[in-house]
Design a protein around this ligand. Structure first.
Ligand code: 5GP
Ligand code: ZN
Length: 116
């Protein structure tokens, strides 16, 4: 656990959040500034700065996150599909340096890349 990490503080309950899911390894909570009607984050309780800091030892954890994502999305009413986003590093637009998967859906989801 990193002392000053916002998401570690959310996992520890030191910063309030609207919890979506919790088990021994994983925690999910609604984004404070949603970009769609449903927007929550799935994080490992273990502090990892980003996807770039993962290796083979994290394969099972990352697999669990991806397998859990559709189940949580359905629980949140996303029966028609959803978007998963993992921003990695400053070059990937990451702002909070605790690995997280955004799960986003409902309403109109724009194309990822504008082609015009
Ligand atoms: P990133 O840009 O790092 O992929 O995403 C960070 C996300 O964390 C942003 O969507 C932002 O709205 C969200 N966020 C930042 N601080 C907090 C917070 O204190 N509580 C919650 N629930 N979300 C936060
Ligand atoms: Zn952390």
């Amino acid at each position: 656990m990193a002392v000053n990490c916002i998401f570690c503080k959310i996992v520890r309950g030191e910063i309030p959040s609207r919890k979506v899911y919790e088990d021994e390894e994983l925690f999910a909570f609604h984004d404070i500034a949603p970009v769609a009607p449903v927007h929550f984050m799935l994080v490992p309780k273990q502090h990892l700065d980003s996807l770039a800091e993962t290796d083979d030892s994290h394969a099972a954890l990352l697999g669990r996150m991806l397998v859990l994502a559709p189940a949580l999305a359905k629980q949140q009413g996303l029966h028609n599909g959803f978007r998963t986003v993992i921003n990695t590093g400053s070059g990937g637009g990451q702002e909070v340096f605790h690995l997280h998967v955004h799960i986003i859906g409902g309403g109109r989801i724009p194309p990822m890349v504008r082609r015009d």
